[in-house]
Design a protein around this ligand. Sequence first.
Ligand code: GDP
Ligand code: MG
Length: 189
Amino acid sequence: MTSEIVLIGRSNVGKSTLFRQLTGKKVKVGRRPGVTVGPARVQVGNVVYVDMPGYGYMKGVEKKVQEGTKDFIVRYFEDKAKEILLAIQVIDAASFLEIADRWESRGEVPLEVELFDFLMELDLAVVVAANKMDKVEDPDATLDEIGERLGMLPPWSQWPDQIAPISAKGGKIEPLKEIIRSRLQSRGA
Ligand SMILES: Nc1nc2c(ncn2[C@@H]2O[C@H](COP(=O)(O)OP(=O)(O)O)[C@@H](O)[C@H]2O)c(=O)[nH]1
Ligand SMILES: [Mg+2]
């Protein structure tokens, strides 16, 4: 059985940039709006990396299509939970807190918190790839607060298997690669 490592997150957080770093394959960007695009899949060794379309709001995409994409993603994880070796929830660490605050001030659970909880409830191995760290002024304080919003008590360094600060664009993804390596080893993949 081939295991999957699945990248998931809002649009524009850097999923495809990271996917390219992890697989060496470039994923087409600027997909035609109005069309629900299936995930991109690339096999590396005996693991398949999967790059999901954006979860939630996508610029220039009809609401109906966004909802359809969300449903597709939820169902994908529910159906494939057993085959998924690792779910990588990519976030934009530079904007995560501001966006979460906005949702909370409206009395709503932030989309990315909801997504994380959903993945955890499926009993998946989940790592939060805190991307765009190059844009974050105070890394430790920011990561502490992001972790806390997701139910991980600070300091964030207590959660080395769950939070990986990275900068996909700059190719600085070693903390995430380390987590992937240990997942692969634990499965003997
Ligand atoms: N500053 C910064 N920008 C990044 C980083 N990773 C990705 N980006 C940029 O974020 C934008 C969205 O990236 P993309 O990979 O297409 O995001 P996706 O929609 O989640 O697949 C692009 O302009 C990337 O160049 C990063 O680590 N730092
Ligand atoms: Mg993408």
